[in-house]
Design a protein around this ligand. Structure first.
Ligand code: NAD
Length: 470
């Protein structure tokens, strides 16, 4: 039987079916339940009905549930990783890391406490800042890290006393539905719901008056639609959106050493990472050597089905993205010099050989837009002021990195970069304890860490007079 949605504690078949394509073959390999507007309504209603009781649970009860939710994921790691690889494309070890990471995030949240903050405790008054749950949270998820992104949102929402409706992306619903089926018997009905659409019913959540917060991860274009849809009911919003992260390699790096790290930062998950390194600026003294080494690494990378042992880069996740990337590469031929890749391996599936482009202008589309795939433009720079200006000359502001044998030099450059995260001598290091925020068009609000958890709460001040007669 194909996988079903989880609504109000029950598995629901839905009125439609959604075919799921294996990006390694381009063929349908499974189908699952797909919801209607009524199913979405039922899920929000179930989450709202479950909220009063769930919001009254103790911190200990919530933590105990989060641990159980992590345990069933860990116990089913192999199944979940296999499904994730087949629908998403990533190599099995990466899928295992994602599924294991999801359980790890739940365990992290289970270890957190939201403290009551004492603002003032003086002779005549005591002011406390409490944090109350918001209500129903809509968790809207993209296709690059479907499991980790969904579970992260669920963990944060539940720990803070909210109930959730999760909506995976239409091309990667299956592993999330498998998790939903595992959670059905341990999560109180309605506390977590998972609904599926064909990329057509997001507004049934973002416009719903009973949804009090939207935690959205996806593209900037969709993020602004989500914000508009939620504005009538003044929903709280966390928007984690697109990025065009730069990496800046100073003149004192060893090209032999730094190039592998740069390659990994750009091509992890086949470049389909919001915080992938997407534009690389290398000092002119190292430029030729870094370009040559990157091309060598790219040519040696093993591209193939994620299920095949030894694969380093799987297929692009879906046909739309695959066609977009191929068109971008074609356009780039006239704008830069492709020194590795630029072609697709023979056969079926959405495969693109990892592509390195050098001598490309800053206004080429590959540099300006978020490519979100295995194609990296490499530009040269001569002076720090100029490269800082070029790195900041984008509407995006998710992350940047600076690379130098002298971390203090790199940190001085990092301080001038305009993004929510800046890494020194690494790129893309995130975790549940570290706040993650997008500047400019890359997002609104913060996810993860205590700052992220607080975004799932309403601040409530209790201000008591002391020593007065009434
Ligand atoms: P997308 O915006 O097309 O879709 C994301 C989700 O939104 C999907 O579940 C989709 O069905 C849903 N959706 C689509 N239209 C909607 C609407 N009108 N209302 C509500 N929901 C709607 O993005 P994608 O193609 O799935 O993912 C790729 C993008 O996501 C890239 O730009 C990438 O950078 C970004 N991303 C950002 C982060 C981050 O944390 N900043 C993480 C991963 C991906």
């Amino acid at each position: 039987m194909s996988l079903q949605m989880l609504i109000g504690g029950k598995l629901v078949g839905g009125s439609r079916k959604l075919d799921v394509i294996d990006p390694a073959t381009g063929q349908v390999f499974d189908s699952c339940a797909c919801g209607s507007r009524e199913d979405f309504e039922d899920a929000v209603t179930a989450a709202a009905a479950a909220f009063p009781e769930w919001s009254q649970t103790t911190a200990e009860q919530r933590k105990a549930l989060l641990i159980k939710m992590a345990e069933v994921i860990e116990a089913n790691m192999e199944l979940l990783a296999r499904t994730l690889t087949q629908e998403q494309g990533k190599p099995i070890p990466d899928a295992q890391a994602e599924v294991g990471g999801a359980a790890y995030f739940l365990r992290y949240y289970a270890g957190q406490e939201i403290p009551v903050e004492v603002i003032e405790d003086s002779e005549d008054r005591r002011i406390e800042l409490h944090r109350r749950p918001l209500g129903v949270v809509a968790a809207i998820v993209p296709w690059n890290f479907p499991v980790l992104t969904a579970v992260n949102k669920v963990g944060a929402a539940l720990l803070t006393g909210n109930t959730v409706v999760v909506k995976p992306a239409a091309t990667t619903p299956l592993a999330t539905l498998e998790i939903a089926a595992l959670w059905k018997d341990i999560v109180p009905p309605g506390v977590v719901n998972v609904v599926i659409d064909a990329n057509d019913l997001g507004d049934a959540l973002t416009g719903h008056p009973l949804v009090r917060k939207v935690s959205f991860t996806g593209s900037t274009t969709t993020g602004s639609k989500v914000m508009a849809a939620g504005s009538a009911s003044l929903k709280r919003m966390t928007l984690e959106l697109g990025g065009n992260d730069s990496g800046i390699v100073l003149d004192d790096c060893d090209p032999e050493v730094v190039s592998q790290k740069l390659f990994d930062a750009a091509f992890a998950n086949n470049g389909q990472v919001c915080i992938a390194l997407k534009r690389l600026y290398v000092h002119e003294s190292q430029y030729d050597a870094v370009c040559a080494k990157l091309a060598e690494i790219a040519k040696a990378a093993v591209v193939g089905p994620g299920s095949q042992q030894g694969t380093q880069l799987g297929p692009v996740q879906n046909r739309v993205q695959f066609e977009k990337l191929k068109a971008l590469i074609e356009e780039t031929r006239a704008e830069g010099t492709i020194i590795a890749g630029g072609d697709c391996p023979e056969g079926e599936g959405y495969f693109i050989n990892p592509t390195i482009v050098r001598d490309i202008a800053d206004d080429a589309r590959l540099v300006v837009d978020e490519q979100f795939g295995p194609v990296l433009p490499v530009m040269r720079f001569a002076d720090i002021d100029g490269v800082v200006e070029r790195a900041n000359n984008t509407g995006f502001g998710l992350g940047n990195s600076v690379w130098s044998a002298d971390p203090a030099r790199a940190e001085a450059v990092a301080a001038r970069l305009d993004s929510g995260s800046v890494w020194v001598n690494k790129h893309g290091d995130i975790g549940p304890d570290t706040p993650f925020a997008g500047a400019k068009m890359s997002g609104v609000g913060i996810e993860m860490g205590m700052h992220g958890l607080l975004e799932f709460t309403q601040a409530k001040v209790i201000n008591c007079a002391k020593g007065v007669s009434v």
